[in-house]
Write a protein that binds this ligand. Structure first.
Ligand code: ZN
Length: 384
């Protein structure tokens, strides 16, 4: 994420805060200062407790991160957003035991903190109604050590419980999938966990709608789509497993010369050859001109400018023997639509995101594609 500010580093993990983060502080000040009629001290309470809340979120994400590092998984960074935090891991192991430990480590931190603040509260004699946590939070419009302690106890308890909801993208969804995957295949476990999560989201969304709680309706929709995303990701990765770039790329790809004018690309596109073009200088790929870049350059400079001036020189070539999964990752990470396929420095053709969609469609038909023999890594960036 680009629009974020680095705060500090823990064990090599950068903790970053997103530009939109101050919005939540303003919201908290309004919530406790005006809506809860707390005045200035209420507004201060809102800001202080929200900052504490995000310290808790960082600790939760560090729980995931340390567990991941324990299994040798690279943690790229932790980013704080107004809605919470995400730890970006290079991958989440498809080993049920490891996924279970990594997923449960976050909520475990919250429960440990809840016990810590809870023991403080009960020894200090502050009364607390566990059956009415939201009501209790709402009444805490006065800044005192006891009220902040009560808030932190409740916040950790709620955060831990909420994250354990057995629905993707919550931690509980991963815990459930990991438990199912000890008995079932990984795709099957994911499909079942996603279905359970979606039923839960549907039930919650309907109930919230009837109650008129539209924030909770949004949470329901968020969970519902999160579940289908996770299912699609796992199923498509499973379909691509064992397949090579060689089986999908287009050999008939036309290429442009750096000295061609953009008009040449327009003609080739209109003649129906392709939408994205590698740019080759004597068999060497020197750049790539995607359809979106072409359209952008045409509006900006017109058709007479040379390809050399507007082509994308930052591209990653792919070899025919690389797994298709590598290509899928490139498309997702770099937001690109086409990769030049290169072997021993020679340009062979082009692999586009449309090629990948075709393969995915065919791969869903039994025996339509013959998988390769080598095992491939299922790594792809994950957040939790
Ligand atoms: Zn988590």
């Amino acid at each position: 994420m680009d629009q974020s500010l680095k705060l500090f580093k823990v064990r090599g993990i950068a903790i970053r805060v997103h530009m939109t983060f101050p919005l939540i502080l303003i919201w908290a000040a309004l919530q406790f200062g005006i809506l809860a009629r707390g005045g200035w001290s209420g507004a201060l309470f809102g800001i202080v407790t929200t900052l504490f809340l995000f310290v808790i979120v960082v600790l939760h994400e560090l729980g995931h991160s340390f567990a991941a590092q324990h299994y040798g998984v690279e943690v790229k960074q932790i980013v704080l957003l107004p809605i919470g935090g995400v730890a970006q891991l290079a991958e989440i192991p498809e080993n049920p035991r490891q996924e279970f430990v990594i997923a449960i480590a976050g909520p475990a931190v919250n429960f440990a903190l809840a016990i810590f603040f809870g023991s403080f509260l009960f020894t200090s004699g502050t009364s607390l109604s566990l059956t009415d946590l939201p009501g209790m939070l709402f009444q805490l419009g006065r800044t005192s050590l006891a009220s902040i302690g009560a808030y932190l106890f409740a916040a950790n308890l709620l955060l831990g419980l909420f994250n354990l909801l057995p629905a993707f993208p919550m931690d509980g969804g991963r815990v459930l999938r990991a438990l199912l995957a000890t008995k079932l295949s990984y795709p099957r476990a994911t499909t079942i966990a996603a279905a359970i999560g979606q039923s839960l989201a549907l039930f919650m969304g309907l109930w919230a709608f009837l109650q008129g709680d539209f924030f909770l309706v949004l949470v329901g929709i968020f969970i519902f789509t999160g579940a289908s995303q996770e299912r699609n990701l796992v199923l498509s990765r499973n379909a691509l497993a064992g397949l090579k770039v060689r089986q999908a790329f287009s050999r008939q790809a036309r290429f442009l010369s750096p000295d061609d004018e953009l008009g040449v690309a327009v003609e080739l596109t209109l003649q129906g050859f392709q939408a994205d073009f590698p740019v080759c200088d004597q068999e060497q790929v020197v750049g790539i001109l995607t359809h979106s870049r072409l359209v952008q350059a045409l509006t900006q400079y017109g058709a007479a400018i040379r390809v050399r001036e507007v082509m994308d020189v930052e591209f990653t070539p792919i070899s025919p023997d690389q797994p298709l999964m590598d290509a899928q990752r490139q498309f997702a990470e770099r937001h690109s639509d086409a990769l030049p396929v290169i072997e021993n420095g020679r340009f062979l053709g082009l692999l586009t995101s449309r090629d990948l969609v075709e393969v995915l469609q065919l791969a869903s038909i039994p025996n339509a594609l013959r998988p390769g023999t080598t095992e491939t890594s299922l790594a792809s960036e994950q957040v939790l």
